[in-house]
Design a protein around this ligand. Structure first.
Ligand code: NAI
Length: 342
C-alpha cells in the first residue's frame, strides 16, 4: 500500500505478497459509517494494510454483512462489526485511528453546507464517544462540511477536556489527489511524480491548489491556472452531477482517505518522512483552522509547513484573501453549533 499511495517515497520495492505479511507493530483502526458509500471501499483498502491488526467497523445499519465479507480476505487484520449506539463504546476501546465518514452525502444542487444540520449532529455524537473511549486516537473527519465539522469536533473534545489539536484532522486528501491527477493530465506529466499542495479548506473557493508549488516544477499560463483551479474546486460537483442523485464521490474518496490512514499509521510506526495536506488547528493564518501541508509524527501533527504560503503568485495571494471570510464563517458556524449544544 505504501507504494500505491506514496510512490515518490516508495524506496523499498516490495512484492505484492509481502504487503500482507504481519508487521512487528500494528494498529487498531475504526471506521464509523462503515457500511456507506465511502465506508465500504475505505474498509477494504484499510483491510489491505500490513500495518493494521484490527479493523473495527461501526454503523447504525448493515455493517454485519460488510464485516463478514471483508473478513474473508486473507490479510492480517481481524475485522469486527459493531451496530448502533449501544456497541459504539466497544468499537472504540483501544483504537489508535478513528475515521469518520458517517453522514449524508450531497445530491445535485446541494452545497456541502446544506448538509450541516444532519451531519453536525452525527459528528458531535460520534466524537463524544471517541472522547470517552479512545481520547488519544488520531481522529480523521471526512463528514461534510469539513470546514465546520472539524471545529465542531474540536469543541466537543474541549468540552470533554481531552482536546489534542495535534490529533484532529479534516481529511482534504481528495483535493490533493484530484489536483495531482488533473495537473498530470494537463501537462502530460508522469502521474506518480506530481505533487500539488492544496491549502485553505474543503468547499468551493476555500479549496486553494497552490499550482506554483507543484513538484516537479512546471509553468502554467494564466488561463491554465484559472481552469485547473476552478476544476479542482468543483471536482466534487462533477461527481455529484454525474451520479445524478445517487450520492457524491465515494471511490476516489475512499482511496484518498485510505492514503491518509496509511500515512498516519506510518507516522505512528516511527517513519520520519510523512507529509500530507490536512485541515487542522493552525497558526499559519489568522484563521483558527486551515488546511496546509503538515508533517505527521507519532504524536500527530509534528509541524505545519509554513513555506507553502511564502512566495505565492498574485493569483494565489488574491484567492487566499478571498477564501478567508467564507472559511471563517464556516468555522464560526461549527463552533457556535457545538457551544449551543453544550
Ligand atoms: P452514505 O450515505 O453512502 O454513507 C453514510 C453512512 O453513514 C451510512 O452507512 C449511514 O448508515 C451512516 N450513518 C448515518 N448516521 C450515522 C451515525 N449516527 N453513526 C454511524 N453511522 C451513521 O454517504 P457517503 O457517500 O459515504 O458520504 C459520507 C460523508 O462523507 C458525507 O458527509 C459526504 O459529504 C462526505 N464526503 C467527504 C469528502 C471529503 O473529501 N472529505 C468527499 C466525499 C464525501
Amino acid at each position: 500500500l505504501r507504494n500505491l499511495f506514496a510512490p515518490r517515497m516508495g524506496k523499498q520495492r516490495q512484492s505484492f505478497s509481502n504487503h500482507f505479511q504481519p508487521r512487528a507493530s500494528s494498529y487498531k483502526v475504526a471506521v464509523l459509517g462503515a457500511s456507506g458509500g465511502i465506508g465500504q471501499p475505505l474498509a477494504l483498502l484499510v483491510k489491505m494494510s500490513p500495518l493494521v491488526s484490527a479493523l473495527h467497523l461501526y454503523d447504525i445499519a448493515n455493517v454485519k454483512g460488510v464485516a463478514a465479507d471483508l473478513s474473508h480476505c486473507n490479510t492480517p487484520s481481524q475485522v469486527l462489526d459493531f451496530t448502533g449506539p449501544s456497541e459504539l463504546a466497544n468499537c472504540l476501546k483501544g483504537v489508535e485511528v478513528v475515521v469518520i465518514p458517517a453522514g449524508v452525502p450531497r445530491k445535485p444542487g446541494m452545497t456541502r453546507d446544506d448538509l450541516f444540520n444532519i451531519n453536525a449532529n452525527i459528528v458531535r455524537t460520534l466524537v463524544e464517544a471517541v472522547a470517552d473511549n479512545c481520547p488519544d486516537a488520531f481522529i480523521h473527519i471526512i463528514s461534510n462540511p469539513v470546514n465546520s465539522t472539524v471545529p465542531i469536533a474540536a469543541e466537543v473534545l474541549k468540552q470533554k477536556g481531552v482536546y489534542d489539536p495535534k490529533k484532529l484532522f479534516g481529511v482534504t486528501t481528495l483535493d490533493v489527489v484530484r489536483a495531482n491527477t488533473f495537473v498530470a493530465q494537463k501537462k502530460n506529466l508522469k502521474l506518480i511524480d506530481v505533487d500539488v499542495p492544496v491549502v485553505g479548506g474543503h468547499a468551493g473557493i476555500t479549496i486553494l491548489p497552490l499550482l506554483s508549488k507543484t513538484k516537479p516544477s512546471v509553468s502554467f499560463t494564466d488561463e491554465e491556472v484559472e481552469e485547473l483551479t476552478v476544476r479542482i474546486q468543483n471536482a466534487g460537483t462533477e461527481v455529484v452531477e454525474a451520479k445524478a442523485g445517487a450520492g457524491s464521490a465515494t471511490l476516489s474518496m475512499a482511496y484518498a482517505a485510505a492514503r491518509f490512514v496509511e500515512s498516519s499509521l506510518r507516522a505512528l510506526d516511527g517513519d520520519g518522512d510523512v507529509y500530507e495536506c490536512s485541515y487542522v488547528q493552525s497558526d499559519l493564518t489568522e484563521l483558527p483552522f486551515f488546511a496546509s501541508r503538515i508533517k505527521l509524527g507519532k504524536k500527530g501533527v509534528e509541524a505545519i509547513i509554513p513555506s507553502d504560503l511564502q512566495g505565492l503568485t498574485e493569483y494565489e495571494m488574491q484567492a487566499l484573501e478571498a477564501l478567508k471570510p467564507e472559511l471563517k464563517a464556516s468555522i464560526e458556524k461549527g463552533v457556535g453549533f457545538a457551544q449551543k449544544q453544550a
